[in-house]
Design a protein around this ligand. Structure first.
Ligand code: DC
Length: 224
C-alpha cells in the first residue's frame, strides 16, 4: 500500500535536495522536512556535552532525550526553517564546519538511526510531507507515493557548497571543499540508498523548477 501524500528525496550531499524539497513542498502545500537536521542537531549537542561520538549507546540516549523542534523560519536571514534544540535557536550552528566534520560519525550508529528513523516515520505517517535525506525512500518511508533520487557530479556539488559558504561570509577553498564533499560521500555511502522504483533526476542538467515540473507530471501518472 502506498502512503498517498508523501514524497521522499534522497541523494548525496550538495545535490540540491533542500532547494528542490522546499520548492516542491511549497508548490504542493506540504510540510518540508529535512532529516539531516536531526543528525546535525544530535552532533551539535554531543560536541557541546562532550559525548563521545563513537559511543553508540550514549549517543542513542542523547538522541532519545534531546528535544529537536523544527519550526517555520523565525528570522528573515535566508533560513528555510528554525531549529530549536532544548529551546535554543541553533539553526546556523548546525551548519558550522565542526558539525559538518563530525555528523557522519554520529549518524553511522545503528541505535542512533533507529531513534531518528522512528521519529521521521511518525512525521511521515501524518502525510502531506516532502521528506529529504539519505535513506528516506529506502528505509524510513518505502511506501511513499513518490520517491526521488537527486544526483549531481562531485564538481557541481562542491561548487554549490562553496557558494553557500561564501554567501554566509565564510572563506571557502574549492579544492578543500571538493575533498570534504568526497570524504562525506565515502562516510555516508553505507546509509545512502536509491530505491529501485525512484525517479532519478540529475541536478547537473536540470534547474530546480524543471525538476518540480517533472515531479508534478510523475505524480499525475501515479494513482493517489
Ligand atoms: O543532508 P545533510 O548534509 O544536512 O546531512 C547531514 C548528515 O546526516 C550527513 O552526513 C548524512 C546524515 N544523514 C543521514 O545519515 N541520514 C539522513 N536521512 C539524513 C542525513
Amino acid at each position: 500500500m502506498t502512503m498517498p501524500d508523501t514524497i521522499t528525496i534522497d541523494g548525496p550531499a550538495g545535490a540540491g535536495k533542500s532547494t528542490l524539497g522546499e520548492l516542491l513542498a511549497r508548490r504542493l502545500g506540504y510540510l518540508y522536512f529535512d532529516t539531516g537536521v536531526m543528525y546535525r542537531a544530535l552532533t551539535w549537542a554531543a560536541l557541546r556535552r562532550e559525548v563521545d561520538l563513537d559511543d553508540a549507546a550514549a549517543l542513542a540516549e542523547l538522541a532519545r532525550e534531546l528535544a529537536i523542534d523544527i519550526q517555520p523560519p523565525t528570522a528573515d536571514d535566508g533560513r528555510q526553517y528554525t531549529v530549536l534544540v532544548d529551546g535554543a535557536d541553533v539553526t546556523w550552528d548546525l551548519r558550522r564546519p565542526e558539525v559538518d566534520r563530525h555528523v557522519s560519525q554520529a549518524a553511522r550508529h545503528a541505535p542512533v538511526r533507529e531513534v531518528m528513523r522512528g521519529r521521521q516515520r511518525a512525521i511521515g505517517m501524518r502525510g502531506r510531507v516532502v521528506m529529504v535525506g539519505r535513506d528516506i525512500g529506502t528505509i524510513v518511508l518505502p511506501e511513499a507515493r513518490l520517491k526521488i533520487y537527486l544526483d549531481a557530479s562531485l564538481g557541481a556539488r562542491a561548487e554549490r557548497r562553496v557558494a553557500e559558504l561564501r554567501g554566509r561570509g565564510m572563506a571557502a577553498d574549492v579544492a578543500a571543499v571538493t575533498a570534504d564533499v568526497a570524504r562525506r560521500d565515502a562516510l555516508d555511502q553505507h546509509v545512502m540508498g536509491r530505491a529501485p522504483d525512484a525517479l532519478v533526476l540529475n541536478n547537473d542538467t536540470l534547474l530546480p523548477e524543471q525538476e518540480v515540473e517533472l515531479i508534478i507530471a510523475q505524480l499525475g501518472r501515479t494513482a493517489a
